[in-house]
Ligand binder design. Structure first.
Ligand code: ADP
Length: 552
């Protein structure tokens, strides 16, 4: 009988469990796992930093519903991957980090890069384990994949000492569990569906909030049917965009503050009442607002605001149940409901204000003019990654999505630096789609070296750096004395576009709308990655918000 190494068992099991992509940075003791992954038909993407590798793996989980894998070396490499584990934990995304570790027989002896890896991962994972023998690796991997995607999705950490990775075992003593099926889609109790429909019927100012849980559960058909049947106004969360088209006439995104503040019944479709939704509390929400909350995680029901009706289970299944109940006993918000008119006026006014900024041709440009160009040129189905405080927030209001799972950003954890890893993941998963990665200059700095990764794998991502010389903006010049540089200031007019040329990509420096239009067109046609470095007005700002996302 043939012998199999621990490394091959890890790679073969991951492949059998539907893990198609692994991002990593190799070194002791994981070289063999990366090579084995390639031999088993997993796409291995060698990244420049473990943080980016871990963000990329989680993005694969969100985009595909099967976890991406992240491979890291012992000690510092594994500690860097905590960035991705925590980001996945906060966003409820499936991913698996495979960490190398020093030999198990040297535990506690001060071995090379020895660290409390299992303990450190525990806080951010659904499950963390250190396989006790090589022959049981397939069992651990199946459990890791299943745990990451069943119930509320989340992160997994598996710790592999060098001696387990390099061990050879006789194939006859290894058994491979079958591929773990896609997650079950539990339904809600029929009586709770009835209660939810009753609460809706009693509403005067109902509002639907579509979150990324709806995108993750592929519930777009059901959610669209629900909105059409009920004619309810809806708001999409940043990554819930496109589950129902942003341009649907019932989208009240431009009137967000008013809609949240005045709604008397809110239907939460896979969105949490956390900081992004102002905790569901006054003054952002009305006191006494009733919620109909659908979530796969029972413990989420009633967080911050007691739910009027909690529907625990899979969003696609439960919205389907609601649609069936509505087909039997139709309900729709009346066309002449005063709530519609109130929202409609607000939406129209705010749209006009934004339009004026989008059409402003001044040089240097502001954010809105830059994003208008992207909106006009991006082909249908383009995946947008956006990060950087204002870059992310303003791009959300200008860039429209017709389809779900086309937007990635700093997410629930507000993690800056996720951008390049996420964009690379998106392009690997969807080689047929365009990917535009819109970065504030400060956000770009966290993981800018990954442009080399994009070039090496010939991933034709268009990186647009919206450059205002700083964190937050307002810095037009740096003082002579370097010790007087404002903490938020960066090099003025930094030539970020030059970086990518060293790796075979194309760089553009852009100051005017015409230059932006021409370079974006070329970059979108290119089969190599590009950086478009857009020098905007450092004092440019977004439209003043009644309640900005970060206000308490
Ligand atoms: P957003 O940031 O878009 O508002 P959140 O991350 O706050 O979204 O919330 C997403 C919610 O979706 C989480 O509470 C998660 O448990 C839930 N969720 C994930 N998958 C499913 C699913 N298949 N069905 C229902 N809810 C889900």
């Amino acid at each position: 009988m043939a012998e199999l190494s621990g490394a091959t068992l890890i790679a073969r099991s991951l492949k059998q469990q539907g893990v198609e992509v692994m991002f990593g940075v190799v070194g002791f003791p994981v070289f063999g796992i990366a090579s084995a992954a390639q031999a088993e038909g997993i796409k291995y993407v060698g990244m420049r930093n473990e943080q980016s590798a871990s963000y990329a793996a989680a993005a694969v989980g969100y985009l595909t519903g099967r976890p991406g894998a992240c491979l890291v070396v012992s000690g510092p490499g594994m500690i860097h991957a905590l960035a991705g584990l925590s980001n996945a934990w906060s966003n409820c995304w499936p991913m698996i980090v495979i960490g190398g570790a020093s030999n198990s027989y040297q535990e506690g002896m001060g071995a090379f890069q020895e660290a409390p890896q299992v303990e450190s991962a525990r806080l951010y994972t659904k499950w963390t384990a250190r396989p006790d023998s090589p022959q049981r690796i397939p069992t651990y991997i199946e459990q890791a994949v299943r745990t990451s995607i069943y119930g509320r999705p989340g992160a997994i950490y598996l710790d592999f000492p060098d001696d387990v990775i390099s061990a050879q075992v006789d194939e006859s003593i290894v058994s491979f569990p079958g591929r773990c099926p896609d997650p079950p889609r539990p339904q809600a109790a029929p009586s709770d569906i009835e209660s939810a429909v009753d609460v809706l019927r009693s509403a005067e100012r109902p509002l639907v909030i579509v979150g990324k849980g709806a995108a993750y559960s592929n519930a777009e058909d059901e959610v669209r049917a629900f909105i059409e049947a009920t004619q309810l106004p809806f708001l999409s969360s940043p990554m819930g965009k496109g589950v129902v088209s942003d341009e649907h006439p019932l989208s009240v995104a431009p009137g967000r503050a008013l809609a949240l503040g005045e709604a008397d019944v809110v239907v939460l479709l896979g969105a949490r009442l956390n900081w992004m939704m102002h905790f569901g509390l006054p003054p952002r929400f009305g006191a006494g607002v009733k919620t109909i909350q659908i979530d796969i995680a029972a413990e989420e029901i009633g967080r911050n605001v007691p739910a009027e009706v909690g529907l625990v289970g899979d969003l696609k299944s439960i919205v389907g149940q609601l649609n069936d109940a509505l087909a039997a006993k139709p309900y729709r918000l009346a066309a002449d409901a005063p709530w519609r008119a109130t929202l409609g006026d607000k939406v129209d006014n705010n749209k006009q204000a934004v339009r004026a900024m989008m059409d402003d041709e001044s040089v240097p440009m502001g954010y809105y003019r830059v994003f208008r160009e992207i909106q006009e040129q991006a082909p249908a189905g383009t995946i947008i990654q956006a990060e950087g405080a204002q870059t992310m927030d303003i791009s959300r209001s200008v860039l429209m999505h017709d389809e779900p799972r086309l937007r990635l950003d700093a997410g629930s954890f507000g993690t800056m630096g996720v951008g390049l890893g996420q964009a690379i993941a998106a392009q690997v998963v969807h080689p047929d789609k365009k990917v535009i990665c819109i970065e504030g200059d400060s956000a770009f700095g966290f993981s800018g070296m990954e442009v080399e990764t994009a070039c090496r794998y010939r991933l034709p991502i268009v990186f647009v750096i919206v450059n205002n010389n700083s964190i937050g903006g307002g810095v037009k010049q740096l003082p002579e004395d370097p010790w007087a540089i404002p903490p938020s200031g960066y090099t003025i007019d930094a030539g970020y576009e030059k970086m990518i040329e060293g790796f075979g990509g194309k760089g553009y420096l852009v100051r005017t709308p015409e230059e932006l239009g021409a370079s974006l067109k070329q970059a979108l046609d290119d089969d190599m990655p590009s950086i478009i470095n857009v020098l905007i007005d450092p004092s440019a700002r977004g439209k003043p918000q009644k309640f900005a996302w970060l206000t308490q």
